[in-house]
Design a protein around this ligand. Structure first.
Ligand SMILES: [Zn+2]
Length: 111
């Protein structure tokens, strides 16, 4: 008997948003190899330069100051988080403001 993998392999390619069930394309990010959903339509206002690599994987590269325009086969898409009608939870400590800053109780040895 074998154990199931702890989590399914990240989906890559056309799929549906798990929150709003709209069509999205799941892309691997070029920066840190996490999955990011983008809207399926090309959008010149988007900031995700999307292409498929030679194995058919969808890759999304966030435009930045060094490479601000799509290159080669890349086309622009809008990140789905920008258009998803179902608000995402705020899992990221970097994105969410720290709300309880400065209220940590004093350590027991100073009470
Ligand atoms: Zn959505």
């Amino acid at each position: 008997m074998s154990f199931p993998p702890p989590r399914p392999a990240p989906h890559n390619g056309p799929g549906t948003c798990t929150r709003c069930h709209q069509a999205v394309i799941y892309c691997l990010t070029a920066e840190n190899k996490v999955t990011r959903a983008v809207d399926p339509e090309r959008n010149p206002n988007g900031n995700q330069a999307v292409h498929q690599d030679h194995t058919g994987r969808w890759i999304a590269r966030q435009l930045d100051r060094e490479r601000p325009t799509p290159e080669h086969a890349e086309v622009l898409h809008m990140p789905h988080v920008a258009t998803c009608p179902v608000p995402a939870p705020r899992p990221s400590r970097a994105a969410a403001p720290r709300q309880r800053r400065g209220v940590r109780p004093a350590p027991w040895w100073r009470r």
